[in-house]
Design a protein around this ligand. Structure first.
Ligand SMILES: [Zn+2]
Length: 89
């Protein structure tokens, strides 16, 4: 093991849908930032703390997979309270 390494090696580990592909020189809140690749192909930089504590398990595609079927084309609009048409009696 190389001396001076922080001692955290998440290389090639899987966290949910993330696979750690590369250690970055960047630090996030003092923690090592890792380049992670989601199962869907999305790449993102994630701090080691978030990975190890399971705070992130995917790029968001896990949530979106279900919603995408119903919400194609909707971007960034969280206003989903579409009033149901009330049938007058
Ligand atoms: Zn994904």
């Amino acid at each position: 093991m190389p001396v001076g390494h922080p001692g955290i090696d998440l290389m090639c580990q899987k966290f949910g849908r993330w696979r750690v592909v590369q250690e970055l020189s960047t630090r996030i809140h003092g923690q090592i930032a890792w380049l992670c690749k989601c199962d869907c192909g999305e790449e993102r930089t994630i701090g080691s703390g978030n990975l190890r504590r399971g705070l992130t398990k995917s790029c968001g595609c896990y949530r979106c997979d279900a919603a995408r079927k119903q919400m194609t084309g909707v971007t960034g609009d969280r206003h989903q309270d579409i009033p149901m048409a009330r049938t007058p009696t």
